[in-house]
Write a protein that binds this ligand. Structure first.
Ligand SMILES: Nc1ncnc2c1ncn2[C@@H]1O[C@H](COP(=O)(O)OP(=O)(O)O)[C@@H](O)[C@H]1O
Ligand SMILES: [Mg+2]
Length: 264
């Protein structure tokens, strides 16, 4: 039989199963059966960490029919990296504020880890379940790298032993040597600051990392290095990474691209 392979996206990571479900292989019966098994395994709800179901959002001062976001449905799985792209005004920032629990949907709902955000304490969700990374890093410049990370641990309310040690561990994970821990943020380059911001977003070990144009202020080489960190977090640490972006480099790196279109 003809080998008719269609790879929509196949991850290059070593975890295997998680990333092969879009690979449709039609060779012989056995292969088809195996694929079906993999597909069933991977589309089971256990991999979906966040599900946006027919979400719409209208700002309170907007006209009755003027939705910033209308009827959007996307699923996000653990262990994968996503890009949300779209032209200016298509609702990317609005969508991120819904995903990150800053706003609630006007219609529809968002399910995180099988629970609806509509009925969840959003402050708790923001401080423990998701990590957020911003384009302009949003670090406190007169504090050291470690202090910025420790502050985030404190806000989360989690009891973390040896906070400084843990902060250094997180910094090493994003490629910053221990000597950076006591350096004030304003003495770091943009790329280094973004690494600290990623380490901070990991401080309470969230399942999901959401980033708004995280490489928008960086050169291409540094962007590639930062993307490698996000990729590792998804593929090796099973995080769900969602990046809003205009960058082709980001789109080329992620596993799945969601294209947001203008609401009608
Ligand atoms: N605070 C607000 N009040 C009213 N309308 C808003 C507000 N913020 C954004 N909008 C509108 O919602 C739409 C989507 O905006 P936004 O989510 O910022 O898009 P993007 O991030 O893709 O550029 C735009 O038409 C914008 O004018
Ligand atoms: Mg925006």
């Amino acid at each position: 039989m003809k080998n008719n392979k269609k790879n929509n996206y196949v991850s290059k990571d070593k975890l295997g199963n998680n990333f092969t479900h879009k690979q449709i292989v039609e060779t012989d019966e056995e292969k088809i059966k195996n694929d079906k098994d993999i597909k069933e395994k991977n589309t089971s709800s256990k991999n979906i960490i966040l599900s946006i179901k027919n979400a719409s959002y209208r700002y309170s001062d907007a006209e009755d029919d003027d939705y910033a976001l209308r009827d959007v449905s996307f699923d996000f799985e653990s262990g994968k990296m996503y890009a949300i792209k779209g032209r200016s005004g298509t609702g990317k920032t609005t969508l991120l504020s819904l995903i990150s629990g800053l706003e609630r949907c006007t219609e529809g709902e968002i399910i995180f880890d099988k629970k609806s955000l509509n009925s969840m304490n959003l402050d708790k969700y923001r401080n423990s379940d998701i990590g957020i990374v911003f384009q302009s890093y949003n670090l406190l410049p007169f504090m050291t790298s470690a202090e910025n990370i420790i502050l985030s641990m404190d806000v989360s309310g989690l009891k973390i032993k040896n906070k400084k040690e843990k902060a250094i561990e997180l910094m090493e994970k994003v490629g910053l040597k221990e000597t950076y821990a006591d350096r004030k943020v304003l003495r770091l380059s943009g790329g280094e600051q973004q690494r600290v911001a990623i380490a901070r977003s990991l401080s309470y070990n969230p399942k999901m990392i959401i980033a708004d144009e995280p490489t928008g202020n960086l050169d291409k080489q540094t962007e590639t290095e930062i993307l490698e960190i996000f990729k590792k977090l998804a593929h090796e640490e099973n995080k769900c990474v969602i990046i809003v972006t205009h960058s082709q480099n980001v789109c080329d790196t992620v596993d799945v691209i969601y294209d947001l279109k203008k609401s009608k």
